[in-house]
Design a protein around this ligand. Structure first.
Ligand SMILES: O=C(O)CC1=CCC(=O)O1
Length: 265
């Protein structure tokens, strides 16, 4: 685990097995989570890829910075982190708002990317009013007041059992995120719309949906894939919004297949 100061914000990051011969895969976490969501996926991919994970600003051990944020604030941090590590021509895998960060990174700095995995995400997620209501509810009652509702979209009912300690752990992860980091990123998602820019993406793209995803349902992810020429679309069965937690083997397998068949020469 390492830390770097970027744009006056301390960012926590981690890089696996830095073998210069391996392609770099950058994993970008979702709203209300931090880089630990990738824990079960890393061992399945790290023999063949150098993997960068980090905590977006306002999440995990990274600083808050000045909330609310825009997607560009998150993209500035990621560009700073890639520059710091001297990584370029990476494959990015962004989950949910992480996928929006990926879409905007491509728009701003396409030369940094050789491929994209847009996971449980879309060109536009949710209506402005929905995000404003969520921000107001969290400001009034804390993130915990929405925990059950949010978890019902993140995980299947099989996972959401009180006897499942992992379920409790991810509730803790959500509710322990800094309030303004969470609401600040809600504002970034609210204000983002990449409908016009994603048809211009000209690197290989894999769009991943979770069968039971209540936040970015399969038909929404499919509509993103339909906008991107030549993109692939895969559904992870038996998972919801966070398949890297609920179905890490299936998730790593579709990523591996895409990387080996469509990215690496
Ligand atoms: O918490 C949610 O509703 C799901 C979500 C939307 C954007 C994101 O990153 O997560």
């Amino acid at each position: 685990m390492q830390f770097v100061r970027i744009n006056d914000v301390t960012i926590r990051y981690s890089v696996t097995s830095e073998n210069p011969a391996n392609p770099v895969l950058v994993l970008v976490n979702s709203l209300g989570t931090d880089g630990r969501i990738w824990h079960h996926v890393l061992p399945k991919l790290s023999d063949d890829f150098t993997i960068l994970t980090y905590d977006k600003r306002g999440h995990g051990l990274s600083d808050l910075g000045d909330a609310p944020y825009s997607i560009d604030d998150h993209v500035d941090d990621l560009i700073g982190l890639l520059d710091h590590l001297e990584f370029s021509r990476v494959v990015i895998c962004g989950l949910s708002v992480g996928g929006m960060i990926a879409q905007r990174l491509y728009e701003r700095r396409p030369e940094l990317l050789r491929g994209m995995i847009l996971s449980n995400t879309a060109h536009k997620i949710g209506a402005r009013e929905m995000w404003n209501q969520r921000i107001a509810a969290v400001e009034a009652g804390g993130i915990g007041s929405l925990c059950d509702e949010i978890m019902s979209r993140w995980f299947t009912s099989e996972f959401r059992q009180p006897a499942n300690p992992a379920y409790q752990g991810y509730c803790n992860m959500l509710t322990r995120q800094p309030l303004s980091g969470y609401t600040g990123t809600c504002a970034a998602v609210r204000d983002a719309d990449f409908t016009a820019s994603v048809p211009k993406i000209a690197v290989p793209v894999l769009c991943i949906a979770g069968e039971y995803d209540g936040s970015t349902p399969p038909e929404l992810v499919r509509s993103l894939a339909d906008l991107i020429p030549g993109s692939q679309y895969k559904i992870i069965e038996g998972a919801a919004h966070i398949p890297c937690v609920e179905a890490p083997a299936a998730y790593a397998a579709v990523i591996r297949s895409f990387l080996f068949n469509d990215i690496m020469d």
